[in-house]
Design a protein around this ligand. Structure first.
Ligand SMILES: [Zn+2]
Length: 476
């Protein structure tokens, strides 16, 4: 399996540092608002990566943090006139709801920055003692001159920037043109209100970047096991995030962690590209800014949104349009209808073409995803497979062959996550379906039509076939 490493700018063969076990850190959301579909594109990519690693037989330990203290959360909690904790918890809860509707798997650890302040303080104190960091009037800063590899991950030529590379930056977010010493700790200022923690170098709060350095070391290595032991840090396997985090956030994480432990922070760095809406950068002022809720309110199904977000290659800019979401809706419906129809197989003969079609489709699916998660060709091979089976005639498949196909579809869905879970029908809906079957039997077609409309309101479509009435869930 090959993955594109932002560090080397090359596709590299993937091999975790400990055999069979992958330790992965994923920068999670800053809970100051609902996540938008651009964020969700990254989270869906990270979910597919995680699921595919598991499909390949790796054991995955993934940490996804909450940046529950930074410039934005403090600012907006004050605007909302509620405590930082109450404010961020509200958006953390909403984040989990969005992930559930998009069928994003739970990861192993969800640390919150505010619950790791002592670890951050220990890390900063150590950097100060090493002389890699220094104290100034408004905070503790990392000295980028003291870290020879600064700029290597983000591929910034520091020499070319030297003119502008002066001074210090207190803000959590800044542009490449402003490369400068960045804040590890910000001394308390009245704008911070009651948000502050004690530290030997002065009361205040952490900068955004140091939060991830502390939480990754804490949950993926033994660095903070019974005390503080920089020598016990072990390079992690994969660090992921959206491409907008590459600089300054990830570059600064590298500086802090490597400046402290003197080992590579992560073996692979994976970044998901931006999502555009109608070929433009998403922004509230352009009126093209969408959260998941905005889209679901228009009547789209969450699984269709998931399909759309995962269907293009993660390193390509994705252009979101409602036409493409309509197409994704059709695609998800096709996958689900195909699996549902397998239940109707009642042929008597086993066909050797079925097993060979599965074998070919499986090989094509895996070789595509092994190539840096090349999703469009993986999906194309699955459509080809469904066409082949449809040509053989699903009704004519033996029950045994249908089971083989079903098993394969469930296998690929452990990666894609686009098949709807076969929930039990609610009692009301089951009654309506039975009632309609009955109406047809006694040739009361007017009543059968009424019931069809009634079922549609419940998201169920009924079709009349030569083998009786068939129902399915509708995705639009
Ligand atoms: Zn981070």
């Amino acid at each position: 399996m090959k993955l594109f490493n932002s560090l080397s700018l090359k596709k590299e063969e993937f091999a975790p540092l400990n055999e069979g076990r992958v330790r992965m850190y994923t920068c999670g959301p800053t809970p100051y608002n609902f996540v938008h579909i651009g964020n969700l594109r990254t989270f869906v990519f990270e979910d597919v990566l995680r699921r595919y690693l598991k499909y390949k037989g790796f054991k995955v330990t993934q940490v996804k943090n909450f940046t529950d203290v930074d410039d934005k959360t403090i600012r907006d909690s004050q605007k909302a006139k509620i405590s930082l904790k109450e404010f961020t918890q509200k958006y953390i809860d909403e984040f989990f709801k969005d992930c559930d509707s998009l069928n994003i798997e739970k990861v192993e650890v969800y640390p919150k920055a505010t619950e790791h302040i002592p670890e951050m303080v220990a890390l900063i104190d150590y950097l100060l003692k090493k002389g890699v960091a220094y104290k100034s009037q408004d905070g503790v800063y990392f000295s980028i001159d003291k870290f020879k590899d600064y700029g290597r991950l983000a591929h910034i030529d520091l020499a070319g920037l030297k003119a502008g590379a002066s001074g210090r930056i207190l803000k959590d977010e800044y542009e490449k043109e402003n490369v400068a010493d960045f804040a590890l700790w910000k001394f308390w200022d009245k704008a911070d209100g009651d948000v502050k923690w004690p530290a030997q170098f002065g009361e205040g709060r952490p900068g955004w970047h140091v939060e991830c350095s502390a939480m990754s070391a804490k949950h993926l290595t033994k660095m903070f096991e019974r005390g503080f032991h920089p020598d016990k840090f072990e390079t992690i396997d994969i660090h992921t995030g959206g491409i907008d985090l590459l600089f300054p956030h990830h570059q600064d994480e590298v500086a802090q962690t490597e400046g402290c432990v003197e080992k590579p922070f992560s073996k692979y760095w994976l970044h998901a590209e931006h999502l555009l809406v109608d070929n433009k950068k998403m922004s509230k002022s352009l009126g093209n800014f969408y959260t998941l809720r905005d889209i679901l309110a228009k009547g789209y199904a969450p699984l269709a949104v998931r399909y759309l977000l995962l269907s293009s290659h993660y390193r390509q800019k994705m252009n979101f349009t409602f036409e493409s979401l309509d197409a994704a809706t059709v695609a998800v419906q096709r996958f689900n209808d195909f699996v549902l129809k397998l239940k109707e197989a009642h042929g008597s003969e086993e066909k050797k073409e079925v097993a060979s079609a599965i074998e070919r489709a499986k090989a094509a699916f895996e070789s595509s995803l092994d190539d840096d998660l090349e999703m469009s060709s993986a999906l194309a091979s699955l459509f080809e497979f469904m066409n082949e089976i449809n040509k053989l005639g699903i009704h004519q498949l033996s029950k045994k062959d249908a089971k083989l196909v079903d098993k394969f579809m469930k296998e690929i869905d452990s990666v894609l996550g686009i098949l709807s879970v076969e929930e039990e029908l609610s009692a009301d809906v089951a009654k309506l379906i039975a009632e309609r079957e009955n109406a047809r039997k006694i040739k009361n077609f007017a009543r059968a039509d009424e019931l069809r409309d009634e079922l549609k309101k419940h998201g169920i479509a009924v079709e009349d076939t030569a083998h009786g009435q068939r129902w399915k869930r509708i995705f639009s």
